[in-house]
Design a protein around this ligand. Structure first.
Ligand SMILES: [Zn+2]
Length: 233
């Protein structure tokens, strides 16, 4: 039996179907009041709850973190909304401090915000996952130095994503995770269709080949990585 772990999916979404002999575990990820509710309702066994960069002006309902595996997704996105940088920073820092207080890992979204992401993580130490990584190998190395796991989505399979593949090559296998970010970012060969957690199979196959390891080994190592990251020791 091959086990795959989709470390990042938003609900509601169908799980999709996998080839015979492949089993799927999914972490349901929140980030807004609606996504948090849906992630809890999905009841997949693993859940991340939090408020991400778009949630600055939103009324943020208190969250019961008792059964949450992680705080997330949280983070900074200056691609979509550079004009809200300071507010995003304030929310990101608040969420990092919360994770520190709860002693839980974080799930971080970072896009075109390398310097601010690193600065925040240097003054509010955290552990966890950088999700759907799309940065340079240099940024990736700095995050690895801070102890983070780096998770790759279907973007790594996209034709134009050479820099993401370069980063995937430098991330050691024991620090690497795989995800779908469903319902977004369906991998090649399904690009353009709504994404489902089962499609993590395609991204995992792709990454195993890129890293030059057997698919079964890649699956076993990244599955264990997810457990180690998300379950208290
Ligand atoms: Zn997401």
């Amino acid at each position: 039996m091959i086990r795959l772990f989709d470390t990042h999916a938003h609900f509601p979404v169908e799980l999709g179907s996998l080839p015979e002999g492949v089993e799927l575990t999914v972490m349901a990820v929140g980030g807004s009041p609606e996504l948090n509710r849906a992630a809890i309702a999905a009841n997949t066994g693993f859940v991340a709850l939090g408020y991400d960069r778009d949630q600055i002006e939103v009324e943020r309902a208190p969250i019961d973190y008792k059964n949450a595996n992680a705080v997330g997704e949280i983070g900074l996105d200056y691609h979509y909304s550079p004009q809200t940088r300071l507010k995003q920073l304030a929310l990101f820092e608040e969420q990092l401090e919360l994770a520190q207080k709860l002693d839980k890992p974080v799930v971080i979204h970072t896009r075109e915000a390398d310097d601010d992401t690193l600065a925040c993580l240097r003054h509010i130490p955290a552990r966890g996952i950088i999700h759907s990584f799309t940065g340079s190998p240099g940024f990736g190395r700095k995050l690895l130095d801070l102890g983070f796991m780096v998770s790759f989505s279907g973007i790594v399979t996209f034709r134009a994503a050479d820099n993401v593949r370069e980063t995937a090559k430098v991330v050691p296998l024991e620090r690497l995770l795989v995800e779908t970010d469903s319902p977004y970012l369906a991998p090649v060969p399904l690009r353009g269709t709504p994404n489902v957690p089962a499609n993590v199979y395609h991204t995992a196959k792709f990454l195993a080949e890129l890293k030059g390891v057997e698919f079964a080994d890649f699956a076993a190592i990244t599955y264990q990585n997810a457990l180690t990251t998300l379950c208290p020791a």
